[in-house]
Design a protein around this ligand. Structure first.
Ligand SMILES: O=c1ccn([C@@H]2O[C@H](COP(=O)(O)O)[C@@H](O)[C@H]2O)c(=O)[nH]1
Length: 292
């Protein structure tokens, strides 16, 4: 039996081939209207498939935001299933932005839904909350080893109202919540690298969400240390939320190595006729500006 290719190595290959842009697929009502589409599951389907066509060959990954599908109930989920398959057909990594979290037994079911091979909503990676403890995500973590899947733990999110909680200090060493979560992810990757023959790559399979709108040092997150394997970072906040690509290397330092620049509205607002050129231009800019 051939060894499973890890999410970290697939991420590394995607970044090398197509750069580090991750196109967020967020079918907001106002965008559907702007695109001349109905604010329905059918409209979201058409929108999403056109975004996938635009992203194919130019972006490393796509990140469908579940909320914009969930508002259509079962029909929205059916569309999302199709979108995830279509992303795979276009060789785009799919990151389900679902931000799940709960007691471990329920998180197990979330992992089965989003990461189990063959599941209707199977994705390459998912965003996950460890507010209920790192131990609550053991089951999804296992998918990173057994099935080549990835996780992005919410650590320092791009919205300013999370500051008080994410900068609060915890544990005997008084590290921030954000730094604690980063350390847990990094520690997991390092331990697995030591024991699993398939986890020998340069990039880990468990990453974190770090907003590009933040000063990470204020959040206690070190951007100086070069660690092995590199920590995957999903970085929303560029574009519509105001972060500039020209600041990315200053913001993320050594973490830039495995960082995905995530943008949704800045690209999607180009409209149906111009979304393909918007993705291409943004992808080129990311390659120029966000290089280590
Ligand atoms: O900290 C976070 C985590 C996730 N998001 C999600 O990313 C996109 C951002 O959209 P833009 O249009 O590029 O602002 C959206 O789906 C958020 O839910 C985030 O913004 N911040």
């Amino acid at each position: 039996m051939s060894a499973v290719e890890t999410f970290g190595s697939r991420l590394g290959a995607a970044i090398l081939q197509r750069g580090r842009l991750c196109v967020g697929i967020d079918p907001h009502s106002y965008l559907l209207e702007q695109w001349g589409l109905a604010d329905t599951a059918a409209g979201a389907r058409e929108f999403s498939l056109r975004v996938l066509d635009a992203a194919a060959g130019h972006a490393a990954a796509v990140k469908p935001q579940i909320a914009f599908y969930e508002r259509f109930g079962a029909a929205g989920y059916t569309v999302l299933e199709e979108v995830l398959v279509a992303a795979k057909q276009r060789e785009l990594l799919s990151i389900a932005d679902v931000k799940r979290g709960d007691v471990g037994t329920s998180v197990q079911a979330y992992g089965d839904a989003w990461l189990r091979p063959g599941s209707p909503l199977e994705s390459d990676a998912m965003t996950i909350s460890v507010f209920q403890g790192f131990g609550s995500i053991v089951h999804p973590l296992q998918y990173t080893i057994d099935s080549g899947k990835g996780l992005f733990l919410l650590a320092a999110t791009s919205n300013p109202e999370a500051r008080d909680i994410q900068r609060a200090r915890v544990g005997p060493e008084g590290v921030t919540v954000a730094a604690h979560i980063v350390n847990e992810a990094q520690g997991w990757n390092e331990r697995n690298r030591a024991v699993h023959p398939t986890e020998q790559g340069d990039i880990g399979s468990v990453g974190v969400v770090l907003g590009a709108t933040l000063d990470l040092e204020e959040y206690g997150v070190s951007i100086a240390a070069q660690r092995k394997p590199a920590l995957p970072v999903l970085a929303p906040g560029f574009g519509h939320q105001g972060a500039a690509l020209s600041d990315a290397v200053r913001l993320f330092g050594s973490l830039t190595r495995a960082t995905l620049v995530s943008e949704s509205r800045s690209v999607l607002s180009a409209g149906p006729g111009a979304v393909a050129s918007a993705v291409r231009e943004r992808a080129e800019l990311v390659k120029r500006e966000v290089a280590l």
